[in-house]
Design a protein around this ligand. Sequence first.
Ligand SMILES: Nc1ncnc2c1ncn2[C@@H]1O[C@H](COP(=O)(O)OP(=O)(O)OP(=O)(O)O)[C@@H](O)[C@H]1O
Ligand SMILES: [Mg+2]
Length: 275
Amino acid sequence: MTADGEQHPTTNEAGAGLVVEHITHRFPLPGAGLFGRHPGFRTVLDDLSLTVPPGSLTAIVGPSGCGKSTLLKVLAGLLIPASGRAEVNGTPLIGRPGGVAYHPQQDALLPWLTTLDNATLGAEIAGQSRAEARTRARALLDRFGLAGTERAWPDELSGGMRQRVSLLRSSLMPQPALLLDEPFGALDALTRRQLQFWLLDITAAERRPTLLVTHDIEEALLLADRVIVLSPVPAGIVHIEDRPDAELRREQREHGADHPAAQRILAALGPGSGT
Ligand SMILES: Nc1ncnc2c1ncn2[C@@H]1O[C@H](COP(=O)(O)OP(=O)(O)OP(=O)(O)O)[C@@H](O)[C@H]1O
Ligand SMILES: [Mg+2]
């Protein structure tokens, strides 16, 4: 729904893609007590619904602390919401970890694994053979700016490199939807640009519905078929910006950003939103 209350149509065919319906999530208030002696809850997600068709990318922007990472954790099966349902291509996601390829906001590299082994871990856990996962990872090392780091330990990598290993891991996971929580946040401008174009390419090629959390409005305008703006906590949808096709978005990027769309998103975020 837009800020003016208009309903947007669901764009995908029945059952296909990522479908999220009426998700509400609450966290216990600080000091609520282990056994609920002083129960109290704070609503963080407020009746959120969205649909991401196959081959399409939806970007989520919103003020810091509004609930973006919480939404992705719910969809990744790591948090159980108070209510709502979510599925990808008809398969339920709530309370079922491993249903989607998920890139958390903080990289989750294992310190005792090398770059290559960290990169292939998610694919292996999902049942892919190590040899196949390694072949796919090696083919992408260069594009991810990780050539020569195959045998490095996470401690030996910069923050940006760690983030790229983590992104490589998520992208190699074979699950039918991809959830990315600020995957480019710690990257330099050139690498960020290269990986943004890589993401555009794989979204089109792999046809996976993709959800991208970002604070970068230009990034959202380039990468997303649809940008969803969330309100401050409890997060609800305050604006939906539907975007032209990827080719036109690339052209707009070449000639400067799409200013009217950026203005609409900024207006929906409100003054001092912190995004
Ligand atoms: N495990 C938790 N227990 C209690 N409250 C939590 C927990 N995790 C997050 N929160 C609260 O829920 C709200 C939303 O957090 P979340 O991490 O989803 O925000 P976000 O939109 O991803 O923010 P940012 O843009 O800074 O990453 C915040 O107020 C946060 O303090
Ligand atoms: Mg977050």
